[in-house]
Write a protein that binds this ligand. Structure first.
Ligand SMILES: O=P(O)(O)OC[C@H]1O[C@H](OP(=O)(O)OP(=O)(O)O)[C@H](O)[C@@H]1O
Length: 175
């Protein structure tokens, strides 16, 4: 990202599949650099950012600060204080088992009738993106942009990203 570089460790996330693990959580320098760059790439007309917890949360904060657009966090646990939550199950490449994506009903009015940019750190299998889209459209929002630091695996022209990461065959597959 700009002048900021990182070596990414290769980590096996499923039998036969390894990724270059990009974890920006707690990395202020990367988060600030990527957030500033992605904020400049945000298309005109976007009203609100929507991000899944947790690794992309600080990225959304920086893009929000830089662009002046508010952001909403889709949680991965349903909380007792939520009002009529809207939930979808998802399996992401790095977690490999079902997780929940939950929109607090309190935030629905900030999405309904608005143009939304989905913000994530990585779009890989697309499972998280698919479920986020479903939730946003179910409550009457329009996904106007998808913003990520990296796409991974397959090319995704619909995603505005700073770079692309390959998937790696695991050791056992190579030998
Ligand atoms: O395109 P996909 O295959 O769905 O993968 C991308 C998602 O996976 C990762 O989250 P993860 O499940 O690791 O959760 P975390 O951010 O809570 O650690 C990443 O932050 C994306 O949200």
């Amino acid at each position: 990202m700009g002048p900021v570089t990182r070596e990414l460790p290769i980590v096996e996330v499923a039998p036969g599949v390894s990724v270059a693990l990009f974890n920006m959580l707690g990395d202020t320098e990367v988060t600030e650099a990527a957030g500033a760059e992605l904020a400049r790439m945000l298309p005109a007309g976007v009203d609100v950012l929507v991000t899944p917890e947790v690794k992309a949360l600080s990225l959304a904060h920086v893009i929000s600060r830089e662009s002046g657009k508010p952001y909403i966090v889709i949680r991965k646990t349903q909380k007792p204080y939520m009002v009529e939550p809207v939930a979808r199950e998802v399996v992401s490449i790095t977690t490999g088992k079902p997780q929940l994506l939950v929109l607090d009903g309190f935030d629905v009015s900030k999405i309904r009738g608005h143009k939304v940019a989905i913000v994530d750190d990585v779009v890989s299998s697309g499972g998280t993106l698919h479920s986020l889209r479903q939730i946003i459209e179910e409550v009457g929002g329009e996904v106007a942009a998808v913003i990520a630091v990296f796409t991974e695996g397959q090319e995704r022209p619909e995603v505005t990203a700073l770079g692309h990461l390959p998937l790696f065959p695991s050791e056992a597959e190579r030998s």
